[in-house]
Design a protein around this ligand. Structure first.
Ligand code: ZN
Length: 472
């Protein structure tokens, strides 16, 4: 149907295996944005709008602008994106992205009869996805183009626009660069399950990953998955949310800043689990610290995405996710108040949803969203108290980085105790003051926010005891 460019070399360079872990089937994993749901429905079909450009020999040309679609509250609006570093070479590249490919096909072969788990190798590790084919490098031959909304080009240009902005936000906040990543536009991730019995017949079940985005630290790649075929995306797609793309890039920032520290402690971000793998745990489903760390990672990515965008406009209207992942919202999408009680914390650490609660805290994104909202409330209180300070340039972003650094450097893994020190460090960054210099009334206000939203925290921040009141 589509012309496949003669770019074998590109495909070879891109030959990578994503994933690889032990202990759990991949379809029990969690995505960076929301739980991975594999589906028997194949992905929707998209158009390669400029086949001539992608079939011809690559030419180097800057791309200065293009029409993109983005969420703005509950509507999708068109706008002209301006790029600072985007260039079409063998594929689209920028200061943030080293290569852009279209319709990569990744596969893995699993067996439902395997006693240790359908996708587990003989050595106990989990099978990764292997790149089988690719459309090749995605190129743009036309500046200020208006490609169709459901084309590889528009999905790529929208993604590039946000990822370049996320990179530049990081650069201006830290004065440090960060490694480039690859961008896989609308890939097919296919699992084949042998020994699938249906209606008395032994068949092979084929499933796909759709309607999501994911960051793969092993391949240093962000994948923008296609929608499910037949899905009515009359409203919009996830990649049209700046928050969503910035969230994935924030996982890259987290990995670049903290990956080594956490790996030294035995915690590896695992794309097949979509959470942390605990090298010290024999059963990944029982690692409490991996789950708590996973929630910290999601909180960090949600907060950094919010401060990258500078508003919550691109997440408010996204179905299912909206208020739950909007760090400014004090309720989940179902209207329940965001709060992390000891019961909810137990759900998170045990990985088991309780019958009593409608919000599923065993999902690391849910527990993370409460932490992100609490941190947001603390940061905003500090920012309003600090309005006279000259150093207010994206201070919320810088406080989030300080929070993430302190969480990664904490050695306490089995309670929420690291949040105390991390919030205190972030506030010190925001105020440019040590704890001793912060006014008691402000400390008390900050303490009460955390006491109210995270009652499961064992040590209250900005307090000398288990009460926000008794500070003298
Ligand atoms: Zn995430």
């Amino acid at each position: 149907m589509f012309t496949v460019p003669k770019l074998r070399r590109f495909v070879l360079i891109f030959l990578i295996i994503l994933g690889g872990s032990c202990g759990r089937p991949a379809n029990d994993g969690r995505s960076p944005l929301r739980p991975i749901v594999t589906t028997k429905s194949p992905p929707a079909t998209y158009q390669l709008a400029d086949e001539a450009c992608n079939g011809a020999s690559p030419k180097t040309a800057r791309v200065w602008g293009a029409q993109i679609w983005t969420w703005e509250d509950s509507q999708i609006k068109t706008s002209t994106a301006r790029f600072n570093t985007l260039t079409s070479e063998a594929s689209l590249v920028s200061d943030a992205i080293s290569a852009t490919s279209w319709r990569d096909v990744f596969e893995r072969r699993c067996d439902i009869k395997n006693p240790t788990g359908p996708c587990i190798n003989d050595d106990g590790s989990e099978k990764g996805w292997v790149l089988k084919s690719s459309g090749g490098g995605l190129r743009i031959c036309e500046d200020d183009a208006k490609f169709p909304r459901r084309s590889y080009e528009t999905v790529a240009l929208t993604s590039h626009y946000v990822l370049e902005k996320a990179y530049q936000t990081y650069l201006s906040a830290t004065n440090t660069t960060i490694g480039k990543i690859k961008l896989s536009i609308l890939p097919h991730f296919i699992d084949y399950y042998a020994n699938f019995y249906q209606a008395g017949q032994n068949k092979t079940l084929k499933t796909y990953v759709t309607g999501n985005l994911a960051y793969f630290p092993v391949g240093q790649m962000i994948a923008v998955f296609p929608e499910k075929a037949g899905s009515t995306s009359s409203t919009g797609s996830l990649w049209e949310s700046e928050f969503v793309l910035a969230h994935e890039y924030s996982h890259h920032i987290d990995f670049a800043r903290h990956g080594k520290t956490l790996a030294a402690a035995g915690l590896i971000w695992d794309p097949t689990l979509h959470g942390f793998r605990d090298l010290d745990a024999t059963d990944q489903t029982k690692s409490k610290r991996a789950r708590i760390r996973g929630a910290y990672a999601e909180a960090f990515a949600d907060l950094l995405a919010y401060y990258t965008e500078g508003s919550n406009k691109s997440i408010r209207g996204v179905p299912e996710i909206q208020r739950t992942r909007d760090v400014t919202s004090d309720t989940f999408a179902n209207g329940e108040a965001k709060k992390l009680t000891s019961t909810s914390l137990l759900e998170l650490t045990d990985g088991l949803p309780s019958q009593e609660q409608s919000v599923n805290f065993s999902d690391i994104h849910i527990a993370g969203s409460v932490m992100a909202h609490a941190a947001y409330r603390v940061f905003e209180t500090v920012l309003s108290a600090n309005s006279s300070s000259p150093e207010t340039d994206n201070l919320g972003y810088k406080m989030t980085l300080a929070l993430g650094d302190a969480l990664a450097n904490s050695r306490e893994d089995y309670t929420l105790s690291p949040l105390k020190v991390a919030l205190e460090k972030a506030v010190e960054k925001g105020l440019g003051k040590g704890q001793d210099e912060i006014p008691l009334s402000l400390k008390q206000n900050l303490c009460k926010i955390v006491e109210d939203l995270i009652p499961a925290i064992p040590d209250l921040p900005f307090a000398e005891s288990m009460s926000c009141e008794r500070q003298a």
